[in-house]
Design a protein around this ligand. Structure first.
Ligand code: SAJ
Length: 441
């Protein structure tokens, strides 16, 4: 397809034609050959979900409760065992109930290897390497793992956040190389997940979804599958656009949080409350500034923008700058702690929160955890670490909120967890407060 080639060459050929935006409308035509099977969810549909993490497991259990026969695949023996026992290995509201009911109804089974199915959903991690280049080895491995069981008429969907070109250049390529007629006999599409950790089960069903096939047949088949269980609108496009949509969503948020974080550092230097400034600026009908924090964490927003930067470094200047601002923020916070610690004789620092955002137990890419680790190394005083979402952590010794605050002379707020909001303000009396979330204004 000429437009795709033009996009692929964009980094090396500045005069290459731009992406053809008129392709967003999908032509409705039935796949060639025999009448194909239905891809609507129900007892007839066999679904194989590869990767049972934060996206794969909720998806697998939801499809199980919709009556599909779901076979989940994970490389971890612990994960497989836990799920088959009807339990879960991650914290997410109501997921335990959903998994239990799907497993007990015999609709969800976990295993180490894929089996024959009608639909394959690949939901594996796509991290970045130390040099900020995407690591697609798990997508490749997932695509190769289904090769022995893929049959004519199957639909293969990639849900992992991926650089533009991955669905066609990795997943479809592997299937083609194995002799499959992709687009005519085996359908391949990209459908990015869009759920917010903490609200996964609601958003899995309610959010609009974007579905992009490697050709029109594939888009059409994938649309039918998602439309049968998603209440939001499911919109078709091509796979490269769908990949870029996902990266744009998270880069949009990263850039906007970077703006808030930059503002917070400028306001602090000027002796102005950034929270007051944002609250008042947001009274303008066309202004909506996000909230500053200790940095940006999680495995999505702090990672995905790098996929765009890696693909076109000369143009992705704003996206890169935003990443740098957000990555710098934890260091700025540590510097503030250092200044406070130098003002008291025996610093006792209560660090409130370790997770990457409020009301979750997830420490991945968490700026809060990064800051606490650095404070441990810097040895500025006694550290009392509070994380109400964890009972125990091998790396951090945890203290109760009230005890930590009572004993501390410096209180460092890193996460805006609900229990922290309930703290009596008098408890903070005569303590130095570094409130990176604006919790105790
Ligand atoms: N954050 C701020 N200030 C804000 C909002 C967020 O500092 O005003 C911080 C959070 O504390 C956290 C980070 O940003 O450290 C990311 O949190 P988040 O709640 O914005 O997003 P995630 O990473 O939990 O989920 C995002 C979502 N993407 C968007 O909102 C565009 C979600 O819909 C995606 O499905 C998910 O990434 C993903 O998997 O890509």
């Amino acid at each position: 397809m000429a437009t795709d080639t033009a996009t692929a060459n964009a980094t090396t050929n500045a005069s290459a034609p731009q992406v053809d935006l008129s392709r967003t409308q999908i032509r409705k035509r039935a796949p060639t050959g025999e009448r194909r099977r239905s891809f609507r969810t129900g007892p007839e549909l066999r679904v194989c979900v590869v990767g049972l993490g934060y996206i794969g497991l909720p998806t697998a259990s939801l499809l199980g409760t919709k009556g599909c026969q779901v076979h989940g695949v994970d490389v971890s023996p612990d994960v497989v065992e836990t799920i088959n026992a009807g339990r879960i290995h991650i914290e997410e509201p109501d997921l335990d109930l959903l998994v239990k009911s799907a497993v007990q109804a015999g609709r969800l089974k976990a295993h180490h290897t894929p089996v024959e199915a009608d639909v394959f959903v690949l939901a594996v991690p796509t991290p970045i390497m130390a040099d900020k280049q995407p690591d697609l080895t798990m997508v490749e491995a997932a695509a190769r793992s289904i090769l022995p069981v893929v049959r004519k008429g199957n639909l293969v969907i990639l849900e992992s956040t991926s650089p533009v070109g991955t669905t066609d250049g990795v997943v479809a390529r592997i299937l083609r190389e194995a002799g499959h007629n992709v687009g005519e006999e085996v359908f391949v599409a990209y459908c990015p997940e869009r759920v917010l950790p903490g609200r996964i089960l609601t958003e899995l069903v309610e959010n609009d979804r974007i579905v992009g096939g490697v050709n029109d047949n594939s888009t059409e088949v994938a649309l039918e599958f998602y439309q049968s269980f998603v209440r939001g609108e499911v919109i078709g496009t091509d796979s490269r656009s769908a990949e870029m949509v996902k990266l744009s969503e998270n880069s949009f948020r990263d850039v906007n949080i970077a703006f808030a974080n930059e503002l917070s550092m400028i306001c602090a230097r000027a002796g102005i409350s950034v929270w007051e400034v944002i609250r008042l600026a947001n009274r303008h009908p066309r202004v909506n500034i996000l909230q500053p924090g200790p940095g940006v964490g999680g495995h999505c927003i702090a990672v995905d923008p790098w996929f765009i930067v890696a693909s076109d470094p000369s143009h992705a200047r704003l996206i890169r700058a935003a990443r740098e601002v957000n990555d710098h923020k934890p260091h700025w916070v540590i510097e503030r702690v250092r200044q406070c610690a130098s003002q008291v004789r025996e610093p006792v620092i209560a660090c409130l929160g370790l997770s990457f955002k409020a009301d979750v137990d997830d420490l991945r890419e968490s700026p809060a955890a990064e800051i606490v680790r650095e404070l441990q190394r810097a040895n500025l005083g006694e550290l009392l670490i509070v994380e109400p979402h964890l009972l125990f952590h091998p790396e951090f010794e945890l203290t109760r909120l009230e005890d930590a605050v009572a004993k501390a002379n410096i209180v460092l707020v890193l996460v805006d967890h609900k229990p922290f909001k309930k703290l009596r303000r008098e408890a903070l009396h005569e303590k130095l407060l570094i409130d990176t979330r604006g919790l105790y204004l």
